[in-house]
Design a binder for this molecule. Structure first.
Ligand SMILES: Cc1ncc(COP(=O)(O)O)c(C=O)c1O
Length: 441
């Protein structure tokens, strides 16, 4: 029987992730095609993508170079074993990633998602200290409101309560820094907020509480996305770097959304000029087209594992699909597309226009804060009393009806369009959102 791609006749079997399944299945929202800045819905509408899919299609949709690379690679070498065997495309992509990464990042460990990148980095951190003869360093420090994917390590260091509360006692030996959202001090901030660098000093308190010799790593998103866009105050990341270094603690930047141009630089590490020991990536690495992630490390982290007999496996970790040929080909084509179209520079150039457009919503109904950085924007709404998330979800549904795709988390609207967005499309996105806000209860 031919597969009808437009109208499935039963929606029951697919248990959708992070979705209100019953609500969705009563009134489904289906995309059936995409091109550049737009999705096509099953009822034939063009929807402007204000979120780059899920913060991943940074180069826009169905880009020819990426499509062709995948087709060619699938026909030439579909799969090669990832353990004890190699293929050239994965090595080539790793070289290209290192070329794009901040100076000091020299190695790439492939995964298949942001969540797997996080688990990999956390495991690497603990194993690194063990390899260096400091096996007591096992504690992992995350941050309140952090999002590091959905696996056990990630939700343990993460700080979003609904992602944690249903899943038992999580990993032992984890602690959290305070988040950096200070609405009273930083409301309506454009770019990095002025106040809050002192929040990094809480790491000194955790060191005093637990002992540095028990702490393996600190993991933070340089810009927190999924919690509703929380920005690092000026000087905060620099302080975290200084304190971690002082105490021999590894610093991991979770760059799953900030990586590959979102801030107008290849990585947030370059944007803020702070070099972590490891960076977790995914999403924009392949433009979201094929699942792939990567952990980027310094030589120091990598080299700690490179002793012992040469015939021995150095790290007992990896995935069947690590460096999959088709994903690697998609990665190379994606990085080439970014470069050829100068998309990171474009994002940096258009960011001030984006900022002004976003802040024009300041006086709209229900808006209590607007925040932005690079091509990221957040509009925070006053929740309906006693019914948190309902107002923002209503905004999401109304926006979809008006042909724009936004994302909401709690009562915050988050946007992160493909880096190819034009000023006219920014006007459409923000203008339509302004209309939506007028209609909300
Ligand atoms: C900062 C961060 N880390 C990790 C992840 C998890 O990535 P994935 O959904 O690919 O597992 C995300 C996803 O949004 C993210 O934003």
């Amino acid at each position: 029987m031919a597969l009808d791609r437009k109208t499935p006749n039963d929606l029951n079997a697919f248990w959708m992730p992070f979705t209100a399944n019953r609500q969705f299945k009563k009134n489904p929202r289906m995309f059936v095609a995409a091109k550049d800045m737009h999705y096509t819905t099953s009822d034939g509408r063009q929807v402007l993508d204000g979120t780059a899919g899920l913060w991943c299609c940074n180069a826009g949709h169905c880009r020819p170079k990426i499509t062709e690379a995948i087709q060619k690679q699938a026909a030439e070498l579909d799969y090669a074993p990832a353990f004890q065997m190699g293929h050239p495309v994965a090595f080539e992509l790793a070289n290209r990633i290192v070329e794009m990464a901040p100076k000091g990042i020299e190695h790439v460990f492939y995964t298949n998602s942001g969540s797997e990148s996080v688990e990999t980095a956390l495991k690497l951190a603990i194993a690194y200290h063990r390899a260096k003869g400091q096996g007591t360093r096992t504690r992992l420090i995350g941050r309140e409101r952090g999002y590091h994917g959905v696996n056990f390590g990630g939700i343990s260091v993460g700080g979003i309560v609904n992602n944690r509360r249903h899943f038992g006692s999580l990993l032992n030996g984890v602690d959290h820094l305070p988040h950096t959202h200070l609405p009273d001090e930083n409301r309506w901030s454009r770019g990095q907020p002025e106040h809050g660098a002192w929040l990094a000093d809480d790491l000194e308190k955790l060191v005093a509480l637990h002992g540095a010799e028990t702490i393996a790593a600190v993991i933070v998103e340089p810009v927190a996305g999924s919690t509703g866009v929380i920005l690092p105050p000026k000087g905060y990341l620099e302080k975290l770097r200084a304190i971690t270094k002082k105490h021999g603690i590894l610093l991991i930047f979770d760059e799953v959304i900030t990586g590959f141009g979102r801030l107008g630089a290849p990585f947030a590490s370059q944007y803020f000029d702070v070099l972590p020991d490891m960076m977790t990536t995914a999403k924009g690495l392949t433009n979201g087209v094929i699942p792939m992630g990567a952990v980027l490390t310094t030589a120091d982290v990598h080299d700690a594992f490179m002793d012992g007999p040469e015939h021995m496996i150095e790290l007992f970790h990896g995935y069947t699909y690590s460096g999959n040929p088709i994903a690697s080909a998609a990665g190379i084509a994606t990085l080439e597309t970014y470069k050829e179209e100068q998309l990171f520079e474009r994002a940096a150039d258009i960011a001030p226009y984006w900022e002004d457009a976003l802040h024009s919503l300041r006086d709209s109904r229900h808006v209590t804060d607007v925040r932005n950085m690079g091509l990221i924007g957040a509009v925070e709404l006053d929740p309906i009393a006693g019914e948190p998330t309902k107002r923002a979800f209503a905004a999401f549904l109304a926006a979809y009806d008006k042909n724009i795709l936004i994302r909401t988390t709690g009562d915050i609207i988050a946007m992160s369009p493909p880096l190819m967005i034009s000023t006219a499309q920014i006007d459409t996105l923000i203008g339509t959102l302004a209309d939506v806000l007028k209609t909300l209860e």
